[in-house]
Design a protein around this ligand. Sequence first.
Ligand SMILES: [Zn+2]
Length: 285
Amino acid sequence: MSRIKIIIIVLAVIAAIVGAIFYVNYFQTDRAVFLNVGQGDSIFFRTGKGETILIDGGPDNTVQTQLGKFMPFWERDLDLIILTHPHSDHITGLVEILKRYTVKKIIMTGISHTAPQYLEFLKIIKEQEIPVEIAVAGEIEEVGDIKIEILYPLENLAGKVSDDLNNTSVVAQIDFLNQKFLMMGDAGFDVEKELIKKYGHNLQSDILKVGHHGSRFSTDVKFLEIVSPQTAVICVGENSFGHPSPRTLNHLERAKVIIKRTDLDGNVIVNREERIEKSNQLTNH
Ligand SMILES: [Zn+2]
């Protein structure tokens, strides 16, 4: 073998080793990601040790491609899935996730709804005997260093019928990366009022996952004042509903909140070492 060939092989081996080290290192970081899944919600939390939470799965299977960027290819399990409510822009991506990943636990309201994706979701849960916990205010769940407090619904909605599924959304406050994330699902004004009444200034959070894709029926001025987030993330894609509404954007701008949008910024990533007040912005990919 010529000397040049040997040098090329040695360099290739070194490049492969360095690449592998970078790959492994990249995933050893605590991270929260508001995934860009188009018009819908999907938010992923992962500790550097590999503990994971997925809140909603978006309107199609885009979530799988996006997840692949934030968890190593050999990880095929999720510690916790939270389904905020069974509308298709939140549940559809989760159906395939249940088929492809081992899911250790699911938190959801258990509200009654007959959309095909929801029925399939429930069927797979039953077949795979995945433990389900009904989301009720006051419950606390811990996945590694990620602490989740359920703030809403205030009562057990399992098996009940609602003519406004958005306002049955699971609302959770998540403590991770030394920051508080307020996850609103698609909750609107009525829920915001109930939350203010029950929790008052405990709603204060660093990052607000804006309710209902920034619709004009969410994010009231009073609510925003109490939550007083530094950053608001709007999970939104192309849509015919007028999301996000100029009204909501205006409220956020006037409150001097940094606005991040998955349609404009792509995946919105929050890292521990890139605290928002230091960098004044989140890293986007
Ligand atoms: Zn939605």
